[in-house]
Design a protein around this ligand. Structure first.
Ligand SMILES: Nc1nc2c(ncn2[C@@H]2O[C@H](COP(=O)(O)OP(=O)(O)OP(=O)(O)O)[C@@H](O)[C@H]2O)c(=O)[nH]1
Ligand SMILES: [Mg+2]
Ligand SMILES: [Zn+2]
Length: 289
């Protein structure tokens, strides 16, 4: 009775698998835990009816995966950043870009709540990211053109709580009515309304709504970090590797001084570099103990 399917939802140890036009709620076979395999939304799998229940008995090899959000076989990550409520968070935006570049998955950028601000105030930042060759959409204004991005592929929404990920799915398909949350007045943050990851059919593709998150550790080494900043990677500094700190002949520092590289990009780079170095030190220290 084997059927092949796609995991579209994971909730407290059970998985909803779409096969043809039907969905099946499945448990993974015990062997997975033994082998350290944990099924993920986006996994292609084989399910079977065993002892009166549906089980996932095989997971197909993944083409890629992300830890945050936890999704496999992703064709594009849609990074959602609100211009306001919560305030524009370029630290998290750059952090997410680094993580997704590192996983080598195409990125689309969405700046949400464009209807609530004077866009002139954000033009410099928005144009800068457009100039990096990322596709950029302002929502809700450009929802219809954004929709084209999801054709025939598995896409994933990523971003802080309250930026409007679930709301975006509601805009994209008026038939889907996801719960959205208010923004806490006191903290200016979202309230973690979405609690699980789920793929929704949008046009001929799938889009995953995911829970928002704030912190994200970058798990890569120092030399790799600078390669995840697209505009840095293109320039050739005098030294190789150059960490773009105090090295003479550093092209990146020159471009920051000339105003060609956005200051916040460089500052975030320095911050991430320090975090990676500190984490490395902690690991060495922990190993010695
Ligand atoms: N005016 C306006 N409001 C928006 C927009 N996007 C989201 N909102 C509002 O912002 C609030 C938060 O939106 P959600 O869709 O719940 O945010 P989320 O990213 O899914 O948050 P979590 O599920 O907590 O991760 C809701 O009240 C939405 O109605 C937008 O583009 N314009
Ligand atoms: Mg949500
Ligand atoms: Zn340099």
């Amino acid at each position: 009775m084997d059927k092949s399917g796609l995991i579209i939802k994971s909730i407290s140890g059970e998985y909803v698998v779409l096969s043809g036009n039907d969905t099946y709620t499945c448990k993974p076979i015990g062997l997975f835990r033994f082998k350290g395999i944990s099924p993920r939304v986006g996994d292609k799998c084989i399910i079977d009816f065993v002892d009166g229940a549906w089980v996932i008995k095989e997971i197909k090899k993944r083409k890629n995966e992300l830890v945050r959000p936890v999704v496999a076989n992703i064709d594009k990550v849609i990074i959602v950043t609100s211009l306001i409520e919560p305030n524009l968070n370029l630290n998290l935006l750059d952090r997410l870009i680094c993580q997704v570049e590192y996983a080598d998955i195409p990125i689309v950028l969405v700046f949400s709540k464009a209807d609530l601000v004077n866009l002139d105030d954000y033009k410099e930042v928005i144009d800068y990211y457009k100039g990096l060759d990322y596709k950029v959409y302002l929502t809700p204004l450009e929802v219809n053109s954004l929709k084209e991005e999801f054709n025939d592929c598995i896409c994933v929404l990523a971003g802080q709580s309250g930026v409007g990920k679930s709301n975006l799915i509601n805009y994209l398909d008026l038939g889907i009515n996801l719960k959205t949350g208010e923004i806490s007045n006191a903290l200016g943050r979202g309230k973690h309304t979405t609690r699980h990851t789920e793929l929704y059919r949008i046009g001929s593709g799938y889009l995953a709504d995911t829970p928002g998150f704030g912190a994200l550790d970058l798990e890569m080494d120092e030399a790799t970090l600078s390669q995840t900043f697209k505009e840095f990677f293109k320039l050739k500094c005098k030294y190789n590797p150059c960490f773009h700190l105090q090295e003479p002949g550093c092209k990146i520092k020159e471009e920051v001084e000339k105003g060609n590289i956005l200051k916040s990009r460089y500052d975030n780079y320095l911050l991430f570099l320090k975090e990676i170095k500190d984490a490395k030190k902690r690991n060495i220290y922990n190993k010695k103990k």
